[in-house]
Ligand binder design. Structure first.
Ligand code: CTP
Ligand code: MG
Length: 223
């Protein structure tokens, strides 16, 4: 049997919500801040042993107090984020216990993630450096510059990246410390030559970016 690898989660919630117009992670969705909806599947997921939530410095005290009132079987705490998402994720990774060997990174702005999808990304790390949730592309994809189509990409090879994005601790932290400009953790690990697998996500695991996304979340949220 393969050795057990302890897994921790980093939930990135330290953004400023520029496109949304406010810090969406704290906006009330069915009477609870969005962040706490996102937290739930991580609390429920039996493959996750520890959680760090990364929040803006100015919200750290309040969020920490809120988390302390939670009765949870696993340690959950908050740390302050940084200017860029990768700075926030790095702070979160460094705040996990030393014995955590696998780290699942997730956007606070994706509240519909399931514990099943979290576990699938963790299982997918067994034989690779990492595994991310992604959606096979259904549309035909064009590469466009100055309103002109340059080429049509082979749709069968195109996947849209989501989170969770889960990696072995050392390569993830090494990648985050490189100070690259990238929009997700996987691309940083890829740049280091890491092998990253995909597991199929689902369209409901969308990221709330604009107020339109928020309307959809309000329609879909159950509790
Ligand atoms: N995030 C973070 N630290 C940052 C920037 C983003 O932890 N410095 C988090 C956000 O809180 C969010 C996730 O990363 O949960 C995805 O980012 P995005 O949707 O871009 O959120 P914001 O950066 O807040 O929004 P915007 O880019 O419109 O400002
Ligand atoms: Mg952003």
């Amino acid at each position: 049997m393969k050795r057990f690898l302890k897994t921790g989660a980093v939930i990135a919630a330290a953004g400023s919500g520029e496109r949304f117009g406010e810090k969406k992670q704290f906006k009330q969705l069915k009477k609870r801040p969005l962040l706490f909806h996102t937290l739930n599947p991580f609390l429920e997921c039996t493959d996750i042993f520890e959680i760090v939530v990364v929040v803006p410095e100015e919200n750290l005290e309040l969020v920490s107090r809120e988390l302390a009132s939670y009765t949870s079987a696993k340690p959950v705490r908050a740390v302050a984020g940084g200017a860029r998402r990768q700075d926030s994720v790095l702070n979160g990774c460094l705040a996990l216990s030393d014995d955590v060997e696998i780290i699942a990174v997730h956007d606070a702005a994706r509240p519909f993630v399931t514990s099943k999808l979290i576990s699938a990304t963790i299982a997918g790390c067994r034989n690779t450096d990492g595994c991310i949730a992604a959606l096979p592309c259904k549309d035909t994809v064009k590469k466009v510059m100055n309103n002109q189509i340059q080429s049509t990409l082979n749709r069968n090879t195109i996947w849209l990246a989501q989170t969770p994005q889960t990696f072995h601790r050392d390569i993830l932290i090494r990648a985050l410390k490189q100070n690259m400009d990238a929009t997700d953790e996987a691309s940083m690990v890829e740049t280091l030559g890491g092998k990253v697998a995909v597991t199929e996500g689902f369209s409901g695991n969308f990221k709330i970016t604009t107020s339109e996304d928020w309307k959809l979340a309000e329609e879909l949220i159950i509790a």
